[in-house]
Write a protein that binds this ligand. Structure first.
Ligand SMILES: O=C(O)[C@H](O)C(=O)CO
Ligand SMILES: [Mg+2]
Length: 261
């Protein structure tokens, strides 16, 4: 069964953060993800998720000065202390929210040996702390052509080589269909091949990063293929709705309805 999670950083943006949980529930979602919950008290986030009957399936570890253009700091040698404080904070939230996955962002960094060894050591640090709470650390290759030029890894091969070097059982791949359509294509075969390594998926259409159906990806076919492969994880709707979020959810009705049935 396809399990869609509403991404509350991109969807329902006309509402305050906590009210987006109610909107996701009303739209028929049973899971949510978001980038950063850190401006809101963890008890308030947990309380709202519980009231709405929503599972919190993923959020990001603190990722530096986002408004200033940073996209993670795990590969930055002069930011190790800040990164590790962020791991502690992220795990505090994960415990409070009962969230079993955290996305760790490497950041924009050169492919130097120093950045790579910093990243690996930081992933190992995060993974070992997270393991005690049964939490997985996810690594997501992000397209470096449109969204984050200079991001440390932009392909599944590059991200998997980092995961392999970290060599911790709770470090897995976050496969964002939108980013990988831009960087690699061949979505169905790649997902099939990498299925055992994938801990979470996300979707958006391309170009434009809006709803499925707005671009070139055949989502009705791809989602049933992913389902037929036996993927039983979540797929986060990490897209920018072209207009009103609810009005644009026609594409998702078969999956939201099947969750309710
Ligand atoms: O951009 C993405 O696709 C990531 O999933 C994210 O969390 C923030 O960049
Ligand atoms: Mg993503």
């Amino acid at each position: 069964m396809v399990k869609l999670a509403a991404n509350l950083s991109m969807m329902f943006q006309d509402l305050p953060f906590l009210d987006r949980f109610d909107a996701a529930e009303a739209a028929g979602f049973s899971g949510v993800e978001f980038m950063f919950p850190y401006d809101t008290d963890p008890a308030d986030v947990a309380g709202r998720a519980r009231k709405c009957g929503l599972e919190v399936v993923l959020f990001n570890l603190p990722a530096g000065d986002w408004a200033g253009g940073e996209r993670g700091i795990a590969a930055l040698p002069d930011r190790v202390e800040e990164f590790r404080a962020g791991v502690t904070k992220g795990l505090d939230y994960a415990r409070a929210l009962g969230c079993p996955r955290l996305h760790l962002m490497a950041g924009k960094a050169p492919a130097s040996a120093e950045c790579r060894s910093t990243l690996i050591a930081n992933i190992v640090h995060a993974a070992e702390l997270a393991a005690a709470d049964g939490v997985e650390i996810l690594i997501e290759p992000i397209n470096t052509r449109v969204d984050i030029p200079g991001y440390f890894y932009g392909t599944t091969d590059d991200a998997l080589s980092v995961i392999d070097e970290a060599a911790r059982g709770n470090v897995r791949l976050q496969y964002d269909i939108y980013h990988m359509q831009i960087m690699e294509g061949d979505l169905a075969r790649t997902i099939e091949r990498l299925l055992p390594r994938i801990g979470h998926m996300q979707l958006a259409d391309n170009p434009g990063r809006a709803e499925p159906g707005s671009g070139e990806i055949n989502y009705p076919w791809l989602l049933s293929h992913i389902d037929a492969l036996g993927y039983d994880g979540w797929i986060g709707c990490e897209y920018r709705p072209a207009a009103d979020t609810k009005a644009g959810l026609g594409w998702a009705q078969p999956y939201l309805n099947s969750r309710r049935a």
